[in-house]
Design a protein around this ligand. Structure first.
Ligand SMILES: Nc1ncnc2c1ncn2[C@@H]1O[C@H](COP(=O)(O)OP(=O)(O)O)[C@@H](O)[C@H]1O
Ligand SMILES: [Mg+2]
Length: 300
């Protein structure tokens, strides 16, 4: 039997739709994954097998072929575990195919069937909305972040069993997790600076107009100290900016279970930072320091 599950792959600072197709047919037991999948995705086979069995489902001892489409898009990371498991459940008739209609599924699985957090939940939820899908099943720890996107029903799940129960409508979707207390240090304040009466107005002009600022002076005169205090006089993030910053930090894996980012970023990379570290790069592309400082301060 054939099953198709919609999921999303993070690509740069965006998410793209991917179909996970599972085909189960008679033959010698085998489990093949095709469609430009990286090592973590091929390893998903082992996690999915263990998670299914340990959650009390049957792992079909038949010829299983999984295709991830579109094939040209590189699929990276463990977030395909859950859609793969759901595709196998549908293809082996352990889950009703209608239950996954208009539903996107993302999440990493542990061997026990627990659903583990993923990166880029906000970007994925935005893409789900853009594609006109109704529901998103994702790890509960990221549900608060995904719920920032309107018009999409967010189903936060903690285990494979819960995924099946929620999709079949036997269980109520779990409530959003409690907002995590913001553990980050308070933003250092400009009032700590002594003197520099000429420089402070310059700093204010740069903050008000969003200009670049060049600080020159001997070591120990407070350049770093003053630059660190620039975010304290910048205006608060407006809602759209906050979404942009949250989406970038989420993709870079800098976010916990908290919802929206409220503080402007301050990034101070070391002067030996590589070109890719500064402007982004690698394959698949990762945001660099310049991107991470978006809507905030990049201090070099
Ligand atoms: N104008 C100032 N007011 C208060 N503290 C200062 C001032 N200038 C320097 N300091 C102190 O000296 C430390 C070193 O300054 P720093 O910002 O690292 O200097 P720089 O980056 O110019 O080499 C600061 O952490 C702060 O404690
Ligand atoms: Mg310094």
């Amino acid at each position: 039997m054939l099953a198709r599950v919609i999921t999303f792959a993070v690509d740069g600072v965006d998410a793209r739709r991917v179909w996970v197709e599972a085909d189960i047919r008679l033959g010698l037991p085998a489990f093949t994954v095709v469609g430009l999948a990286d090592k973590a995705v091929r390893e998903a086979r082992e996690r999915v097998r263990a998670a299914l069995v340990n959650s009390g489902y049957e792992f079909p001892l038949k010829r299983i072929t999984v295709n991830m489409a579109p094939a040209y898009l590189r699929k990276v990371g463990p977030a395909f575990d859950l859609p793969l498991a759901v595709a196998l459940l549908v293809a082996s008739a352990q889950l009703d195919g209608e239950s996954i209609e208009s539903t996107a599924v993302v999440g990493e699985l542990s061997l026990t069937g627990e659903v583990r957090p993923i990166r880029g939940a906000l970007a994925i939820a935005e893409a789900v909305r853009r594609h006109g899908l109704a529901r998103l099943v994702l790890p509960r720890a990221r549900a608060r972040e995904a719920a920032l996107v309107p018009d999409v029903q967010i189903l936060g799940v903690e285990s494979l069993e819960q995924v099946v129960a929620t999709l079949e409508g036997h269980a109520e979707p779990a409530p959003l997790p409690e907002p995590e207390q913001d553990a980050s240090d308070p933003v250092p304040d400009l009032s700590d600076v002594r003197g520099h009466n000429g420089l402070i107005p310059g700093l204010e002009v740069a903050a008000a107009g969003g200009h670049n600022l060049f600080l020159q002076g001997p070591p120990g005169t407070g350049k770093t100290m003053i630059a660190r205090r620039l975010p304290s006089i910048l205006p608060p993030l407006d809602p759209d900016e906050a979404i942009e910053v949250t989406r970038i930090q989420s993709i870079a894996g800098l976010r916990g279970a908290a919802g929206l980012v409220t503080a402007r970023p301050f990034r101070a990379p070391h002067h030996t930072v590589s070109a890719a570290g500064l402007v982004g790069g690698a394959n698949p592309p990762q945001p660099g320091e310049a991107t991470l400082a978006h809507r905030g301060v990049l201090f070099l």
